[in-house]
Design a protein around this ligand. Structure first.
Ligand code: SAH
Length: 229
């Protein structure tokens, strides 16, 4: 499967139900092409996916986890506060024939006890991939997710999408370094936010986003797509 094919597979998945989508929780389906980019960068550039366990924090309808499983991830655990979104995610995994490789946990990421527990052995590594709420509705929500992600003891690598805002880059770097982690790579991409909420005027809106690879150890990989962190 190439990146375009992966993106169009993801595009076919069910998204948040318009009637129930929560603007407060910043429920937007993660852009299909950006999801495929993430899967390819993590999978091919860094070899972070194959046979590994992937945790998707704020998993919503499961697109990121699905992308990781399609790239050869062994298992995905989706943590999401909204049970309705998780029901859609499970439909999506089943549609893709991945139902037996996905586990759903209905919990608040910000108070999730799982980070203190070691996830069962038998996987190569455990990595986090996430598109947290960007913090437009609740200021700092993305940074809080990042903080929690860095508290997972058995995780060494985190991929996370954040809105491209110059000030954010400095905040994120500071937070990451304070915790003793590294901003190992930064990729610039874009996402289309579909029209799902009544206040939206356009059919869809394009926004710039940064994809971070945050790691406990610096990697030796450098890529031409990288932006200056
Ligand atoms: N990747 C997802 C979309 C992520 S949008 C997809 O493609 O569907 C951010 C998600 O974080 C939303 O699903 C929202 O419900 C969830 N969320 C927001 N705050 C949360 C919290 N405190 N704990 C768990 N999930 C949360």
């Amino acid at each position: 499967m190439n990146k375009r094919q992966l993106a169009s597979t993801i595009e076919q998945l069910k998204v948040f139900d318009k009637q129930h989508a929560s603007v407060k929780l910043e429920q937007y389906p993660t852009d299909a092409l950006a999801t495929a980019e993430l899967a390819f960068i993590a999978g091919f550039m860094y070899n972070d996916v194959k046979d590994n366990l992937v945790l998707d924090l704020g998993a919503g309808t499961g697109r990121i986890a699905a992308g990781a499983l399609l790239m050869g991830g062994r298992k995905a655990i989706c943590i999401e506060i909204d049970a309705g979104a998780l029901a859609i995610a499970m439909d999506n995994f089943k549609f893709l024939g991945l139902g037996n490789r996905a586990e759903l946990i209905n919990a608040d990421v910000l108070s999730c006890p799982l980070r203190k527990a070691r996830v069962k052995n038998g996987f190569g590594k455990t990595i986090i991939m996430m598109n947290p709420p960007f913090g437009i509705q609740t200021k700092g929500a993305d940074l809080k997710f990042l903080q929690v992600a860095m508290e997972f003891e058995h995780v060494d690598v985190i991929y996370s999408f954040h809105a491209t805002v110059e000030k954010n880059r400095a905040f994120i770097r500071k937070k990451v370094e304070e915790e003793g982690w590294f901003v190992d790579a930064l990729f610039q991409t874009r996402m289309f936010l579909p029209h799902i909420y009544a206040f939206h005027e356009k059919r869809r809106k394009e926004i710039k986003v940064d994809l971070y690879r945050i790691a406990r150890e610096k990697s030796t990989v450098t890529g031409h797509m990288q932006a200056k962190p």
